[in-house]
Design a protein around this ligand. Sequence first.
Ligand SMILES: Cc1ncc(COP(=O)(O)O)c(C=O)c1O
Length: 464
Amino acid sequence: MEEDIKAKIKLIIDHTYGTWRAQKAWKSPLFITKAEGAYFWDHTGKRYLDFSSQLMCSNLGHGNKAIINAICEQAQKLPYVAPGFIEESKAKAVQALLEVMPENLEMFFFSTSGTEANEAAVKIARLYFEKEGKYKIISRYHSYHGATAASITLTGDPRRWWAERARTTIAGVRHAPDPYCYRCPFGLKYPECDLACVRYLDYMIKEEGNVAAVLLEPVVGTNGIIVPPKEYYKMVREICDENDVLFIVDEVMSGWYRTGKPFAIEHWGVVPDILTTAKGATGAYTPLGITATTREIRDYFEENVLSHGHTYAHHPLALSALPAAVEEYKKLFESGRLQKVSEYLGKRLYELAEDHPCVGDVRGLGHFWGLETVKNRETKEPFNVKSDKFVRPLMNDKIAAEARKRGLYVVNWYIQLLIAPPLTITKEQVDEAIDILDEALKVADKEAEKTDTPPSKSSEGIIY
Ligand SMILES: Cc1ncc(COP(=O)(O)O)c(C=O)c1O
């Protein structure tokens, strides 16, 4: 058995590309044999508590029978038809979406990833303003929007730098400053800052000219779990309206109750013109990307060509998981369990940070949290900076490796550890994870300076 698995691992490593890495770092991936609820197991029988829902996408945990059955039924009945045809799964998916999407977002394009959902959004926005010659898109530095040309250009994180080297980016994208209150790009403090970051967006739009859309993650995911202040998106909406610019939200990671509401933008009481999502849409049981727009945008394409599609657009198997996932989300939300556990999770993370000098800031909401690690809480000197990613080992890699050794899986990035467990996680499992993190963080504590400064809670109370 052991030899057989070793041979399979070798086969995979010898014949497949590892993602986002120099291939020499694609050496010893875990061979996963089973996953149930908030846990998964490797081939040695070792169990891991999944504190990041794989890639912040297995929001409903693993092994959900209702979703699996829905997919199996569709596979038996009609696994594929060309996107120009329609069949039952599309009708059910649209019905389910109309129940949860923010009002006005009622037209859908279905693809198979968050990347594709954003590519479609960019194309729609640019075509919509084609006659006016408006094509520029503004996103932010602390962002990730996908791996292919348009979406990686929108991205602000270091993955874009590599796409730029590969000359696979597009023209006409600008990056705006972030509402990153822990490290304000203007050196200001909320609320005295008078939201300089969002005011600067207005300045950018006017100075740039030809701006078609502003595309933002309502709560930034991988690049910092940044929760903007309560006034932020109302101001963005007003700025977009005044300048006749579309407002697009990327809810690929922040959607599907991850932040405690169906979609994160709803915390700010604002409706965008386009919403993109993927990941949690099916709890990652099938690959599905969704680009949702208003009817007004759709009406433009009544006479104008929407030149977009894929062989796997509107794929019945991808769509089949969505209605079942929506039902599961609604049940979780209506039971009140989601809210109780997320409150508990936040409280435990704040407590954890108190004991660890390496934790500079704890921020988030719902089941979506980041622990920003620092060498020195007082000066906020980081262990690593953006340009370290892909170039040298990160302190957060070490913490995550220690956690994994102890049976906890947690995704990390150069800034932070990403805490995004399945929404089905129990309080006891939260405790189990916190106990392991308590040990794992000691790896970084050893290299952090002891100061009298307490950990910052930069998102606390920011939108409520
Ligand atoms: C906010 C955001 N947008 C887009 C994407 C890209 O989605 P995918 O990896 O499904 O292409 C991601 C992936 O992590 C994401 O977090």
